[in-house]
Design a protein around this ligand. Structure first.
Ligand code: SAM
Ligand code: SF4
Length: 463
């Protein structure tokens, strides 16, 4: 598929609404407490009993950070006290021991991810113990073919950490950078030098990590087109395999630490768009492919290859090449996706401990998808990953007449068609280059639960 995007400022400003990121459908706002431990056990049992049980994807949430970055919207616990990790890890081990036996041992772990917070907040011994315990309870792949990744904050790493992680089986890493400009870094309380970051990056290359991603954020305080271009140029020179450029979601009512950001320092909407536009231009000129929704990759990276082959998917970590995994989330707030269900673990460390002391899986809410949800999830995933939707495929899979079933949605797409964001043909929808950046808007048309007017406090702006 042709990988062009058109960055049309006028269209982007007009369509820039608040909306979901579709790392799940339905989104977490639909989860409720009618889905609990009993329901979780039922879906897991069923997932083992189908003809071809799916392989597994394991996510581990390590919530601690040493200092707070003011912009941060992640689920984290800020503490300078390293001793706080030990009791949490004890509970995490317990959860792994409870979950392991629920899944048939022949279900191999194709994907594994440690996210945070800051996974490297814990000591080397704690990392080794955790991986050993995971290995004791699940069938990890020992031939380096799994996608085993970890989020790295270069400020939280020792000289030997990267080689230790490689020896533990990790072969992908995502490095948090955000911006190299010192005044931006000061304004968000995250001072991290280029050299410090470069060292981790070079070490990861030396240790043969298969894919290295870097995270950047546009729209941070004190950012200008000029300063962010400097950051982007340094990134291009480093040459990571993947680049995520997230839109800074400023929601101080939801995230208290964001109140420490001086709103007058935030770039004006026009400048913010310009920052994004220039970044896209530099990255595409440097040969990166726009995958979709904040993500860029080199043409030979697995994400770009998967997109070309038509088997790219989306999960809680963003884009992914493995479709058919059941996802088990471990640790506070972690989300699982088993068969046609989502479930989420309890939020606080104290509640988590209490659940595990009672030998209970710490799931506290979830959602079981009905036929309509599964159908809409397929439509949204297809559009967000491939910018194209073939009606025949959906009709075969779900036994519907696409144009009848989605007649009101197709009418709603008419304005976007007039604006040349997409084209509706006899048998398919094609997202045009100007629509690629607005893919969240296009997808939200098929989201039964999305209400444009009342979503202001729940979701971030799309761009
Ligand atoms: C869990 S953090 C990354 C790991 C590690 N703690 C670090 O900071 O390097 C995941 C990513 O979310 C992004 N992020 C966090 N808060 C955000 C916000 N308010 N808006 C946009 N992106 C955000 C950042 O790019 C960050 O690197
Ligand atoms: S960005 Fe990373 S290090 Fe900073 S507070 Fe968030 S999770 Fe912690």
């Amino acid at each position: 598929m042709e990988q062009t995007i058109v960055f049309n400022k006028e269209l982007i400003s007009r369509y820039n609404l608040f909306g979901p990121r579709y790392t799940s459908y339905p989104t977490a706002t639909q989860f409720d407490e009618n889905f609990g431990i009993k329901e979780y056990h039922e879906v897991v049992t069923d997932s083992n009993e189908i003809l071809l049980p799916k392989p597994l994807s394991l996510y581990f949430h390590l919530p601690f950070c040493n200092t707070v970055c003011f912009y941060c919207a992640c689920n984290k616990v800020i503490t300078a006290n390293r001793n706080r990790a030990a009791p949490y890890l004890k509970d995490l081990h317990k959860e792994i021991s409870l979950q392991g036996p629920l899944f048939d041992r022949d279900r191999v772990v194709k994907q594994l991810h440690w996210g945070g917070g800051t996974p490297t907040f814990i000591s080397h011994d704690q990392m080794s113990d955790l991986m050993r315990h995971i290995r004791d309870n699940f069938a990890l792949l020992d031939d380096d073919t799994g996608e085993y990744s970890i989020e790295i904050d270069p400020r939280e790493i020792k000289p030997e950490t990267v080689s230790l992680l490689r020896n533990l089986g990790f072969n992908r890493m995502s490095i948090g950078i955000q911006d190299f400009d010192i005044s931006v870094q000061k304004a968000v309380n995250r001072e991290q030098s280029y050299e410090q970051t470069r060292q981790v990056f070079d070490e990861a290359r030396k240790r043969n990590f298969h894919s290295i991603n870097v995270d950047l954020i546009y729209g941070l305080p004190k950012q200008t087109v000029r300063t962010f271009c400097n950051t982007i140029n340094k990134i291009i020179e480093m040459s990571p395999d993947r680049i995520a450029i997230y839109n800074y979601a400023h929601m101080p009512r939801l995230f208290k630490t964001q109140r420490q950001i001086n709103e007058e320092d935030l770039p004006e909407p026009g400048e913010k768009l310009e920052i994004l536009g220039e970044s896209i231009k530099s990255l595409t000129d440097a040969g990166y492919i726009y995958i979709g929704m904040d993500h860029f990759a080199k043409p030979d990276d697995e994400l770009a290859v998967a997109q070309r082959k038509g088997n790219l998917y989306r999960n809680f970590q963003g884009y992914s090449t493995n479709a058919d995994c059941d996802v088990i989330g471990f640790g506070v707030t972690a989300i699982s996706k088993i068969s046609n269900s989502y479930s989420q673990n309890i939020r606080t460390i104290d509640d988590y401990k209490e659940r595990l002391e009672g030998n209970n899986i710490p799931v506290y809410r979830g959602y079981k998808l009905n036929h309509d949800d599964e159908l809409r999830r397929k439509v949204i995933t297809q559009l967000i990953c491939h910018f194209q939707l073939d009606f025949d495929e959906i009709e075969d899979l779900f036994r519907i007449e696409f144009k009848d079933y989605f007649s009101s949605e197709i009418k709603l797409l008419a304005d976007m068609e007039k604006d040349e964001l997409l084209k509706i043909e006899e048998n398919r929808i094609i997202v045009l280059p100007a629509g690629r950046f607005l893919i969240r808007n296009i997808c939200s048309t098929f989201d039964k639960y999305y209400d444009k007017k009342s979503n202001k406090n729940t979701y971030s702006k799309m761009i």
